[in-house]
Design a protein around this ligand. Structure first.
Ligand SMILES: [Zn+2]
Length: 546
C-alpha cells in the first residue's frame, strides 16, 4: 500500500479551511481522514475513525481541551468539519477510573461531553481516542492486518511482522472496556507507533496528521508483505458437474424466496434489492470444497456484522435449465438459515438478559457456487454495502487461509456486537433516511412526456431513480428504478432489462392503469393521470409483468 499524501493537496485544503477560520491541524486531520477513507483496503462504508486533540473555546467563552472524533457511522472518504464533533477531554478522562460503563449510559456520557449540544453522535470508539494521549489518532479495519490477526496464532504473526513497534490488544468488544484495555497496554509500552486490535483492526498515532497517516500505510504494508510470503494455494475447488445456470435464471427465484409479507400494508411485500458480484477471486472462494467452513466462520471485523449478519447463506450449485430444483433447494436453504438465525438469537438473548428485540432473520449475503455472490438490502444502497463488504471479506479470508487458518471472534461476541444498541442505531438512522413507499420495488417507468411535478412525485416514492436521457445512454443498467425521459429509451430499457436482468429482477411498468392511485398526493391526481395517459396511449404497449 502506498502513501497517497500530497503536499500540494494538503496545502490546498489548509488554504481553503483558513478562509473559514479553521486552523491547519484540523484541515490536515480532515485531509488524511479522507485519504484513509478512499482506500477500500483500509475501511469500507462508515468503518474506521480518526481524531485530533486540540484547544477550543466553548459556548461560555472558556478555552477547553477537546478531542474531535469522527461522527458515528460517518464515511471517512467524505469527512468534513461538521462530522468531527468536539468532546471535553477532562470529562471523558474521569470515566477511566470506573470499572465499567453500562451500554445505555455510553451515548449519554458522550453527548454530555459535547461542546456543541447539536453536534452529531460521536463514534462508538470515542473513548479509545480519548484515553490515548496522542494529538492525531487513526483507526482502520485494514484487510491485510485482519488476515494476520483473524488467526489462531495471531500473536505469532504480529510479533513476527511488527516486533516491538506495535502493541497488541486481545479482542474485546468495541466500547468502554476496549478503550480502557488499549490505553493500559499502550502505557506499558509508550514507545510503540500504534496498536494492533486483534480480530478488529489497527490504530496508529503521531504528533502530526502526516506522521499518523504514514505510520498506518507503513504498518499495513508490512502486513501485506507478510501475506505475500510462503502462501499456500487456496482453495481446492469442488467439482461442478454440468453447465451452471445463468444469473438471469436464478436471481428472480432467489429474490422471490427471500421476500417477506409487509405487515404494514395488506397485500404488500418487502422485497430486497440484490447486488450481484462475481469474478475470479469470488468464484475461487465460493467454489471451494471447504466453503461452509471458512465462509461461515464469522465476520472479519465486528463492525461488519450489522451489514452482513454473522454468516452468509450458502446455496447449492444451480444447474442450467432446472429452475424448479433450484427453487426447491433455495427454499430449503433459506428456511434452514432463518430457523438457525432464530435459535441463535434466542440462545444469546437469554444469555444477555432477554431484553433484545430480534431484527429480521433474512440473509444479507448469499453465496452461489459456480455463479458468485449477492448482497441483499432494503434498497440498492444497502445491497451495495453488503456486496462490497462480502467481496472485501472474501479477500481477507482468502489471504488468511493462504498463510494460516481463518478464525473469527466467537458467536457470542458477534451477537453482542450485532445487538449492541449503538450499532443498531447506525442502521435505524440509515433506514429512516431511505425508506419510501415503494422502497424495494424495481420499476421501469415509461414516461415520454412527464412533467416536473410527476417526476418529483416519483422521486418521493422511489428510493433510486436513474434518469436515462436517450436510448443510447443505457450502459449502466438499472439500480432499482429508472425514469426514461423519452419513449424510445423507455422501450429500450425495458427490453434490455428483460434480456439481461442484471440488478433488476422484477420489472413493473407503471401505466395509467397500474399506478397505485392511493400513493398519489392530493391535488396531483390530474397531473399524474395526464402524464401517464400520454405515455400509455402511444404505440408503446408495456408488457404485463406483474
Ligand atoms: Zn473499529
Amino acid at each position: 500500500m502506498k502513501s497517497a499524501w500530497s503536499e500540494h493537496d494538503a496545502q490546498a485544503i489548509v488554504d481553503r479551511y483558513a478562509q473559514q477560520g479553521i486552523g491547519p491541524d484540523l484541515a490536515l486531520r480532515i485531509y488524511s481522514t479522507r485519504l484513509l477513507g478512499s482506500e477500500p483496503g483500509l475501511v469500507l462504508h462508515g468503518g474506521g475513525n480518526t481524531s485530533i486533540k486540540a484547544l477550543t473555546t466553548d459556548l461560555l467563552g472558556e478555552v477547553t481541551e477537546v478531542v474531535c472524533v469522527k461522527a458515528s457511522g460517518g464515511d471517512m472518504a467524505t469527512l468534513d468539519e461538521m462530522r468531527l464533533p468536539a468532546l471535553r477531554l477532562d470529562r471523558l478522562h474521569k470515566l477511566r477510573t470506573r470499572d465499567s460503563l453500562p451500554d445505555e449510559d455510553m451515548p449519554l456520557v458522550l453527548r454530555d461531553a459535547l461542546i456543541d449540544p447539536m453536534a452529531p453522535n460521536p463514534s462508538v470508539e470515542t473513548l479509545l481516542h480519548a484515553f490515548l494521549p496522542h494529538k492525531f489518532i487513526d483507526h482502520t479495519h485494514a484487510n491485510a492486518v485482519l488476515s494476520l490477526t483473524d488467526q489462531e496464532d495471531s500473536d505469532l504473526f504480529c510479533v513476527d511482522v511488527y516486533g516491538s513497534r506495535m502493541g497488541i490488544v486481545p479482542y474485546i468488544m468495541p466500547g468502554f472496556s476496549l478503550a480502557v484495555r488499549t490505553a493500559a497496554i499502550y502505557e506499558l509500552k509508550p514507545k510503540v507507533e500504534g496498536l494492533i486490535l486483534q480480530k478488529h483492526g489497527i490504530v496508529t498515532f503521531g504528533s502530526s496528521a502526516r506522521e499518523s497517516y504514514e505510520r498506518m500505510i507503513e504498518m499495513v504494508s508490512l502486513a501485506e508483505d507478510r501475506l505475500a510470503k510462503n502462501r499456500k494455494a487456496v482453495f481446492v475447488p469442488a467439482p461442478i458437474p454440468g453447465p451452471v445456470a445463468r444469473l438471469a435464471e436464478i436471481a428472480p427465484i432467489l429474490r422471490g424466496i427471500v421476500s417477506v409479507k409487509d405487515e404494514r400494508l395488506e397485500g404488500a411485500w418487502r422485497r430486497p434489492i440484490l447486488d450481484f458480484r462475481t469474478g475470479p477471486a469470488i468464484l475461487n472462494f465460493v467454489n471451494g470444497t471447504e466453503l461452509a467452513r471458512y465462509a461461515q466462520a464469522g465476520v472479519v471485523t465486528p463492525d461488519h456484522v450489522i451489514r452482513t449478519k454473522i454468516w452468509p447463506l450458502i446455496l447449492a450449485v444451480p444447474d442450467q435449465g432446472r429452475p424448479v430444483e433450484f427453487k426447491r433447494n433455495t427454499q430449503k436453504a433459506v428456511t434452514t438459515f432463518i430457523e438457525y438465525y432464530k435459535s441463535y438469537f434466542a440462545r444469546h438473548n437469554v444469555r444477555v438478559g432477554g431484553d433484545r428485540k430480534m431484527i429480521d432473520p433474512q440473509p444479507r449475503v448469499v453465496l452461489v457456487p459456480g455463479v458468485g455472490l449477492f448482497g441483499l438490502g432494503r434498497n440498492s444502497h444497502d445491497a451495495m454495502i453488503a456486496a462490497d463488504i462480502a467481496t472485501s471479506a472474501i479477500e481477507t479470508i482468502t489471504d488468511a487461509e493462504a498463510v494460516g487458518r481463518y478464525v473469527s471472534i466467537s458467536e457470542a461476541e458477534m451477537f453482542d456486537m450485532e445487538y449492541w444498541p449503538q450499532e443498531q442505531a447506525k442502521l435505524i438512522d440509515a433506514q429512516a433516511a431511505h425508506d419510501k413507499p415503494l422502497t424495494g420495488q424495481v420499476a421501469v417507468i415509461a414516461l415520454a412526456a412527464a412533467s416536473k411535478r410527476t417526476i418529483s412525485f416519483l422521486v418521493s416514492i422511489l428510493t433510486n431513480i436513474v434518469p436515462v436521457p436517450s436510448a443510447t445512454g443505457n450502459s449502466g443498467l438499472p439500480e432499482s428504478a429508472m425514469v426514461a425521459t423519452t419513449l424510445r429509451s423507455a422501450v429500450s430499457i425495458t427490453v434490455a432489462l428483460l434480456l439481461r436482468p442484471l440488478k433488476a429482477h422484477t420489472v413493473f411498468v407503471l401505466g395509467s392503469n397500474t399506478m397505485p392511485s392511493g400513493l398519489v398526493p392530493a391535488g396531483m391526481e390530474a397531473t399524474v393521470a395526464r402524464d401517464f395517459r400520454s405515455n400509455t396511449t402511444t404505440a408503446f404497449a408495456p408488457p404485463s409483468l406483474t
